[in-house]
Write a protein that binds this ligand. Structure first.
Ligand code: ATP
Length: 380
């Protein structure tokens, strides 16, 4: 595990990548606890863009500067996608700003892109970095949980519930595309929670004809409302699938026709006040991240594993993520080189494989749960 030698007296905190409810609670946790430990805290606005540009984007935080943000959605530090930071020159510019301002270490809140940036900053230029996962999609394989995920799932569930009401009144189907470019968790769990008839995710093939057959069978058994949940990243055009349901079942008012609408929630689920779980996880991870940074650790990010908050090596986490996603994403599979694992010892590799097996089992379990609780037919 990488360690930095220098005593940490001043840290910076930033949010980067897609925003997520609970990022503010994490910023608050980091700032309050670091100040309590006698460390100066600098809030860095607009992610790595702010870090590269310095001064006007960086402000000293006292404990009151993070007051009244624990329940706020979005991020008071704002976020930005910064392409310059992907280049060595951009990373060097950011490292120089840290040195100029006496920032001894950073806590970066965001997704895997944010952690790659932190990795570059620490390995190329020696700025210690600890990451906190903040992304609604829960798409960081190494962690069971990322801040924002619970709120986003509950928002998604609430919105689908409303569609379900009107579907029941009008005996309709609604195909709903939900967030999740690289992971189907929001789709899977919200499908179970709303009693969806079918769910399509990137992680598994989706049988369109079988899903339509199931809709027809359920309609014959008297079911009026139907919800089909499609994850944003699934290999299925949700809007076209809605049209296909109508084309196959027949439009008009005869009994078998299933009138089908399409809805896409998109970014609306990124907003809103964070749930209890997101706020509490933010508090835990913020404190743990400061502890690691002050203990001289770098290049790690906070993970939740079976209810424990632990620090994981960023490179190991990125390898876990790529190996897992290569198993179902053809674009990642094309670029994934298994020899990337050669830098790790057998114990780490076994840990990676065990975690991947756990993730796959979870997907199968939730898909099975959805099927077993939304089907009117006997198991054949
Ligand atoms: P989300 O998963 O919510 O999209 P993210 O953190 O993965 O969050 P990205 O846009 O991928 O979001 O990354 C945030 C920022 O991190 C980028 O704008 C860029 O500045 C930096 N970054 C991303 N990838 C890299 C990389 N490979 N090397 C260096 N920096 C990177």
């Amino acid at each position: 595990m990488a360690e930095s030698a220098k005593k940490i007296k001043k840290i910076g905190v930033l949010t980067s990548g897609g925003d997520a409810p609970g990022m503010n609670a994490a910023v608050r946790s980091v700032a309050r606890y670091a100040i309590r430990r006698g460390v100066e805290v600098m809030g860095i606005y607009e992610g790595y863009k702010g870090l590269m540009n310095g001064k006007n984007y960086i402000k000293k935080f006292n404990a009151r500067d993070v007051s009244n943000i624990i329940d706020e959605g979005g991020t008071i530090l704002y976020s930005a996608r910064c392409t310059e930071f992907r280049e060595r020159a951009g990373v060097e510019q950011a490292a120089n700003i840290c040195r100029e301002l006496g920032i001894d270490g950073l806590i970066t809140i965001g997704g895997d892109g944010t952690f790659r940036g932190a990795y570059d900053l620490s390995t190329m230029f020696g700025i210690p970095c600890i990451g906190i996962p903040g992304t609604i999609d829960n798409d960081i394989t190494a962690s069971d949980y990322s801040i924002g995920y619970d709120t986003a799932m509950n928002t998604t569930m609430g919105l689908i519930d409303k569609l379900r009401d009107t579907c029941e009144s009008h005996a309709r189907c609604n195909v709903v595309e939900v967030m999740g470019r690289n992971a189907g968790y929001i789709a899977l769990y919200s499908a179970v929670a709303v009693g969806a008839t079918a769910v399509a995710v990137k992680e598994r093939p989706f049988d369109e004809d079988a899903a339509i057959k199931k809709l027809i069978q359920c309609r014959e058994a008297g079911k009026r409302n139907f919800i089909v949940v499609v994850s944003e990243g699934a290999n299925l055009n949700a809007e076209e699938f809605a049209k296909k349901i109508e084309a196959v079942t027949g439009t008009g008012h005869h009994e078998k026709a299933i009138e089908t609408k399409f809805a896409r929630f998109a970014h609306v689920v990124r907003g809103g006040s964070p749930s209890l779980r997101d706020r509490v996880t933010a508090a835990k991870m913020g404190v743990a991240a400061v502890d690691l940074l002050l203990a001289g650790r770098t290049n790690m990010f906070m993970c939740e594993r079976r209810d424990n908050i632990i620090g994981t090596d960023i490179m190991q986490a990125i390898y876990t993520d790529r190996k897992y996603k290569a198993s179902f994403d053809p674009d990642i599979a094309k670029k994934f080189d298994p020899s990337e694992g050669d830098k790790f010892g057998p114990e780490v590799l076994a840990e990676v494989d065990a975690l991947i097996a756990e993730r796959k089992a979870e997907i199968d379990y939730i898909l099975g749960l959805s099927e077993n609780t939304s089907n009117y037919r006997n198991i054949e």
